[in-house]
Write a protein that binds this ligand. Structure first.
Ligand code: HEM
Length: 199
């Protein structure tokens, strides 16, 4: 788990969480139990997942460019720690605040939400494939469903905090209130859309 002070991110995570309809988001109790049931099995997938994740990123120029020379071992450790913490739970405020922080960390390093979403797709595909190979169909399906809900929820947290931090950084640069920035963005979006309408 990160050593950073997560205070600001508790609120950010709560704000995003409240935007997700309960039927469409991760269910900490129910899904947490499914993950806990299979944590030992999933722990055995750690190394192939970590290696496959970075092999995929390093094989593609746009994502490989994000990394500094010699950085891979440190990044593997970050992902390993994150994966093991995720498997073991608990899914509490601290965990979700940390996921929101990842948006800010990614912003600093030029990791786009597009790259992040694509890798979530890769991770959920791997987990589903391995679940089907190792578990009876019903349990495999339960694990896939719980993991998918976690994936989309964490993706939402990372992506929203990335955007919030982006707007805040721009607002600070220009000495503006970030809320005024959001209102301005809506206004300009309406103008841009109006230009697209046939006259
Ligand atoms: C499934 C998608 C992803 C997840 C769950 C994830 C998760 C994380 C986590 C937990 C951290 C550490 C945050 C902290 O505690 O400081 C992190 C940092 C980082 N991630 Fe990701 N990440 C994902 C996708 C990506 C992708 C696609 C890239 C690159 C193309 C990437 C590159 C990085 C980099 C460079 C850091 C920053 C390390 C630093 O400067 O401290 N991540 N990520």
């Amino acid at each position: 788990m990160t050593e950073k002070n997560l205070a600001r991110f508790y609120q950010a995570a709560q704000e995003v969480w409240s935007q997700l309809p309960p039927q469409a988001r991760f269910r900490p109790l129910e899904d947490g139990k499914v993950l806990a049931r299979h944590a030992a099995l999933m722990e055995g997938w750690t190394e192939p997942l970590v290696q496959g994740f970075y092999d995929t990123l390093f094989a593609h120029p746009a994502t490989a460019r994000v990394f500094r020379e010699g950085e891979r071992p440190a990044r593997e450790k970050t992902l390993r720690d994150w994966y093991l913490r995720t498997l073991r739970g608990p899914f509490n405020g601290q965990y979700f605040a940390w996921q929101a922080l990842v948006g800010l960390v990614h912003l600093r390093r030029g990791v786009t939400n597009a790259m992040m979403a694509a890798m979530w797709n890769w991770v959920t595909g791997e987990v589903a494939k391995r679940a089907r190979e190792s578990l009876p169909p019903e349990e495999a399906r339960a694990l896939e469903d719980a993991w998918r809900r976690l994936a989309f929820t964490v993706m939402a947290l990372i992506a929203e905090e990335y955007l919030e931090a982006y707007l805040e950084a721009l607002a600070l640069t220009w000495g503006e209130d970030p809320r005024a920035f959001v209102a301005k963005a809506q206004e300009v979006a309406a103008q841009l859309l109006a230009k697209l309408s046939p006259t």
